[in-house]
Each structure stands twice: as structure tokens, then as C-alpha cells.
Design a protein around this ligand. Structure first.
Ligand SMILES: Cc1cc2nc3c(=O)[nH]c(=O)nc-3n(C[C@H](O)[C@H](O)[C@H](O)COP(=O)(O)O)c2cc1C
Length: 232
């Protein structure tokens, strides 16, 4: 340890001394840096927890496909009939966490959840690879299946049932696949955001921003953010 222990603890990454009005510009810059530098194949992966009907939190990874800094929202896509889809229909609240280990950064977000618009879901669905578009039809997400082979048999059946241009498919050509009605986006309207920057000796730098969300039509009207620095 150096002769000035306080300086020592200040060597890690720091959040600004004066916390900005909104956490989103820093969050977005961290996300973009990880994305641009492709530090891992899925730098946009986030763990999302929803509330299972048995009362336990239920967590899994999904990919964050959109960050909306001005509104303070993020968007991901999934099957509305899967476990998380049903949990969100019942309890439209979520907690997510991003971790970019190489940069010693963590972002935690808690928020209220709504469906993305049909137009957004159509747009994003159309941008996915053919295999993923077909996959969205094949899988009754989170439902049991007796074997892997049964899933592959089901895949063949479902693809045949879609009435697509089979000759084009067999040729490896792209074909238009309609979006399944049970597949689409969820928008998380952040109500609280915590930024965590790793520090020396576990004396990390943490701050949390919170704001009010009042329901309005299909979405929310958000109050302004207020911030608090937290002990690590
Ligand atoms: C790196 C990675 C990315 C994933 N991305 C998604 C995603 O964007 N959407 C999704 O529905 N599932 C995604 N999954 C699968 C989920 O983790 C999960 O297995 C699936 O959504 C079923 O969860 P549920 O039964 O809780 O609904 C991803 C898994 C991994 C490991």
C-alpha cells in the first residue's frame, strides 16, 4: 500500500464526482464500448429476473436489443408464452443486470415492463437470421418435450406447415417468414439504475438513480432522476 491509502483507493475507475442528471449516457457509453470492442460474443447479454408465481425470483439471460437513453428504457425480445413471458404478463416488473468483467463494470436496472409495439417487433423479427425466425415458430418456449429428436421432428412439421417456398429453403435461400403472434419485444421502463465501477481493494464506486413512473395509456410518464452515491 502506498503512503497515502486514500489515494490508493482512488486509482480504480470512478464515476463523475458530480453525478449526471441521468444514468443513461454513462450506461450507453459502457454498453457501446463493450459492443464496439466485442469483448465477448454477447456483450449485450443481461440477466433478467422476473417473479415466478411460486414467489421465487426467476433469472435467465436475454439479449438487450435497444437502449433508449432519452426515455430511459431498454428492449429485449422473446416468446410471450414462455415462462418469463407469462410471468411478465402476471407481474410486469423486472430486474436486469449487465456485467462487463473486463472493464469491471456492472449495471443494475429495475423497471416496469410493457410490450414493444407490433411494428417494432415486426421490424426486429424481419432482421433476424432465417434459422432464428423459423426457430420462433418451432419452439413452444419453456414447454416440456420428450426428446431432442421429438423437437427436430416438430421443427420439420412446423416448417412444412408454414407453407413457405420449400424449393427456395432447400436451396439455402432466404424466404419471408411472418412473425409469430406470440413472439415480440418487451420494453423495460427503468425506475432505478445503479452503475458500479470496480475499485481497488473492493472500494468500488457505486451510484443509484431513481425516478417515479406514472402509468399513462400503454406506457409511463417518467419524473426526473435523482441520484445517490452508495458505499460499495
Ligand atoms: C447468451 C444468451 C442469450 C439469450 N438470449 C435470449 C433472448 O434474447 N431471448 C430469449 O427469449 N431467450 C434468450 N436466451 C435463452 C434464455 O436464457 C432462456 O433459456 C429462455 O428465454 C427461456 O427462459 P424462460 O423459460 O424463463 O422463459 C439466451 C440465452 C443465452 C445464454
Amino acid at each position: 500500500m502506498s503512503t497515502d491509502p486514500v489515494q490508493f483507493y482512488d486509482e480504480g475507475e470512478r464515476l463523475p464526482d458530480t453525478l449526471p442528471d441521468s444514468p443513461f449516457p454513462i450506461f450507453k457509453s459502457w454498453f457501446d464500448q463493450a459492443w464496439d470492442e466485442r469483448i465477448t460474443p454477447n456483450t449485450n447479454a443481461m440477466t433478467i429476473s422476473t417473479l415466478h408465481e411460486d414467489g421465487f425470483p426467476d433469472s435467465r439471460i436475454v439479449l438487450c436489443k435497444e437502449i433508449e437513453p432519452d426515455a430511459g428504457n431498454i428492449v429485449f425480445y422473446t416468446n410471450y408464452n414462455g415462462a418469463k413471458g407469462r410471468q411478465l404478463a402476471e407481474s410486469p416488473f423486472a430486474s436486469v443486470v449487465f456485467h462487463w468483467d473486463q472493464y469491471e463494470r456492472q449495471v443494475r436496472i429495475r423497471g416496469r415492463v410493457t410490450h414493444a409495439t407490433e411494428a417494432e417487433s415486426d421490424r426486429y423479427f424481419a432482421s433476424r437470421r432465417l434459422e432464428s425466425r423459423l426457430g420462433a415458430w418451432i419452439s413452444d418456449q419453456s414447454q416440456p418435450i420428450e426428446s431432442r429428436q421429438a423437437l427436430l421432428d416438430k421443427a420439420a412439421e412446423v416448417i412444412a406447415g408454414l407453407g413457405l417456398d420449400t424449393a427456395a429453403l432447400m436451396n439455402g435461400e432466404d424466404v419471408v417468414v411472418p412473425r409469430p403472434p406470440h413472439w415480440g419485444g418487451f420494453r423495460i421502463h427503468a425506475q432505478s439504475v445503479e452503475l458500479w465501477a470496480g475499485g481497488v481493494g473492493r472500494v468500488h464506486d457505486r451510484a443509484r438513480w431513481v425516478r417515479d413512473l406514472s402509468e399513462s395509456g400503454d406506457g409511463f410518464v417518467a419524473g426526473s432522476w435523482s441520484s445517490t452515491r452508495l458505499q460499495p
